[in-house]
Design a protein around this ligand. Structure first.
Ligand code: ZN
Length: 83
């Protein structure tokens, strides 16, 4: 089951204008920051995850998170199982 994430509109309301896209393979851990202005407000961050292909390892799918500046990573990261 996929984690439900916030929408771009909700993210922008909290003052965040960029997302960080992480490779879904934790062994790769490639990440890149992107401006979020290309996605409309009703789109969820989780909706765009399947569209990414990692430039480093070629894996399809990603983990998209708001770029909260200075925010710490959550203590427990709940990783999805891959089927
Ligand atoms: Zn990768």
């Amino acid at each position: 089951m996929r984690e439900q994430k916030i929408t771009f509109g909700e993210m922008r309301e909290s003052g965040v204008s960029r997302v960080i896209v992480f490779c879904s393979d934790y062994r790769c851990s490639h990440s890149t920051a992107l401006p979020a202005d290309r996605w409309p407000d009703h789109v969820r961050l989780s909706d765009i995850e399947p569209q990414f292909v990692c430039k480093a390892c070629g894996k399809r799918g990603a983990d998209v998170r708001p770029d909260y500046q200075g925010a710490k990573r959550p203590a427990s990261v709940n990783r999805r199982a891959q089927l």
